[in-house]
Design a protein around this ligand. Sequence first.
Ligand SMILES: [Mg+2]
Length: 469
Amino acid sequence: MVKITGYETHDVRFPTSLSGDGTDAMNTDCDYSSAYVTLLTDSDLVGHGMTFTIGRGNDIVIMAIKAVSDRLVGKDTEELFADMGKTWDYMMADPQLRWIGPEKGVIHIASGAVNNAVWDMYARSRQKPLWKLVVDFTPEELVRSAAFRYISDAITKEEALEMLKEKAATKEEREKKVRELGYPAYVTSAGWLGYSDEKVARLTKEAVAAGFNHFKMKVGADQANDLRRGKIIRSIIDDPQYLPAGAKPRDPSGEELHGKNAGPTGAVLMIDANQVWDVNQAIDYVKGLEDIKPWFIEEPTAPDDILGHAAIRKALKPHGIGVATGEHAHNRMVFKQLLQAEAIDVVQIDSCRLAGVSEVLSVLLMAAKFGVPVCPHAGGVGLCEYVIHLSLIDYIAVSGTMDRNVLEFVDHLHEHFIYPCSINSNGRYNVPTNPLEGYSIEMHKPSIAEYEWPHGSYWVEAEAKKRAA
Ligand SMILES: [Mg+2]
């Protein structure tokens, strides 16, 4: 019997605000941060997890992680693994902690870090990457692992089981295909708001040359500016001369690109406002960007405003522009309502704003039932490492398709992870294959030592420089 004996936490912050990486209309000076936890046992087995934040407040999440982790100390790991849905319910059900949630805010993202750490430990114990552990589940095991409370009006366990059984026979084919091809990705890092036009143009050309065909740009600070930058990006992605040697343009009216406003080379542009507008303002502003032909507007307004998203979607539909959201949708009930209200064209789950893999599974199941593609949010630090696992689970075991999906990719900070995600020469995520990597979120110890806040070597030096100036 292996028991959880304790945990370690680290408040790790990277000084990304110095370079303008990650800047958008709402978040103007982010220090990408990880509220990191390692669950320890009385054997060699450990489980790593983290939640992403953008700087100040990471210490508050760490405090919450400790409160949530306390409940797991003394637990038998095999008992936890045997019914991950029950484990999730137990983690959510602390009779006192739930008052500062429930299932929202700091306590929920902290629960995400800890639930992910339990899943990481489970995958390591079976010597499989996390995605492989889950796709090898029987349909019954997968349904049992999901967080089902409060969503049975949208999907019942029986319906979920039916859907998974239908897909089970062809899982192997899909696994083989995605191992060969990789999983489709898109690039956000060319279009941060804090970058100059020249930098945007250069990065866009580099992204096209690297094989990407979906690109996202941040908008919402200034419409004329957005139009100008959007036209710069379109002029590059729509021009066949920038395609990688030997690459042919894709058919913009083909099944995979249908309804995405793809240009002549098959390139797709998405835009992201990070919640800056009121509903009517969003509608007017985005109509004004029709010339740059976006597939969707992401996070046009407050992330909790389900009916607002529905109104925006309805108003933009005649203009051929869709709506996406989810990186700030804090639990499965928000996604349930977004789907029920027909408010979104794309589901953008976040791997650690939802409370870990168990809650993600329930959203994947609902999205598949409603026929809406899941394109997870990533970037930040650690998120790309996490989400490739989730998209593989979606493709192989749940929705059965990746033709219209694209997984966000941002090329920052991967070097701090022992098993970093990677992209192949066709602009697609490689499948994580190391049997020891679990959920791929283990950080290098020297990275933690350098960037731990406030006593890591980087922050001590930065403080000394500030004092000397
Ligand atoms: Mg976004």
